[in-house]
Design a protein around this ligand. Sequence first.
Ligand code: TRP
Length: 398
Amino acid sequence: MNGTKKGRILSGMRPTGRLHIGHLVGVLSNWRKLQDEYECYFEIADWHALTDAYDKTDQLRDNIFNITLDWLATGIDPEKSVLFVQSHVLQHAELHVLFSMLVSLSRLLRVPTFKEKIAELRVSELKHKTKKVLEQSAETAVNSFLEILEQYEQGNLDSASYKAVLKAKLKDAFMESLKDAFTGSEEDLPYGHLVNYGLLGYPILQAADILVYRADHVPIGADQLPHLELTREIARRFNSMYDRVFPIPEPVLTEFPKVPGTDGRKMSKSYGNTIYISDPPNEIEKKIRKAYTDPAKIRKNDPGHPEQCPIFAYHRIFNPDEVPQIEEDCKAGKLGCVACKLNLIKHMNEQLEPIREMRSKYEANPQLVTEILNEGEKKARAEAEATMIKVREAMKLW
Ligand code: TRP
């Protein structure tokens, strides 16, 4: 790579499934531009994907293949950038171990993404526990009811006083059975057994990813900033304790439009509201036809609120030229949702077609994809090993 570049970039994604149009207008179009200005390393972070899916590795190979196809199809160019798989370059693991000595446990426990994960795990544990305890309570209650009923069977259930006693007894039995369900506080909900050591070390592994290439720029979303902050701390600590090996990397934050899902919420696989980069034309059509629109606009002539409509958000991305006209006509009640959607489907398919074509070409040639990743691995490993030689020397590990 030549000296006219502004510096070196490393960024990565976890291979968790096919990428959607949010990734396309956010991360990927940004990476595509950066390739011309910087020397770029793009990593498929499969070890990071394991931190919370270590028990579901059947999909991992497919996911790596698919994310590579999505990258290549959207213009991440192996002629310009180094594309590689994290687990193919063992130097990441070596540096991770060495860095793990430089970070205190309490520092890791304070990382916001870790704290969020713990909160999530606690909620699911609480739900699980509550359900279990309530089920047990219900069973205890039913058994007590049956016993009580047996005792009272011989009596006269028509008599009012008899009924009252029975009711009180049943109620007591029920309340008794529920007692367990509502004892216990947050402190009684330990989480240590729910989270593995790998998840705690996640940001240290990310620091190793970045610093093993001595990258000085890292394009990331705002949610990843705490990880970069820790990376910078580790680099400073290492440099002052041993030797100046690492640059202090800077984030590259770019504003890009938020892309809503087809139901207007955040686009996310778990909501089932995603449009994938690789969706075929009929799938795009189906998803757009079904998509949520402004609920206040029932008939064509009702004035609409384009700012709240995902269809309008998609027009901004795939059909920017017509946006002012669409906005005006929608608000004036001159444009119906069906026509608006059909127009969008046409534009989306036009723009996604070259991406799909490129993707199918690579998909039909998995050998070529493997070669690209092997080539990337070689380049990445050479660079990572050069850093590790300096690191081992600085730490007197010969
Ligand atoms: N943690 C990042 C994410 O989930 C993925 C990642 C792994 C990464 N290693 C990285 C991002 C290094 C930037 C640099 O989005």
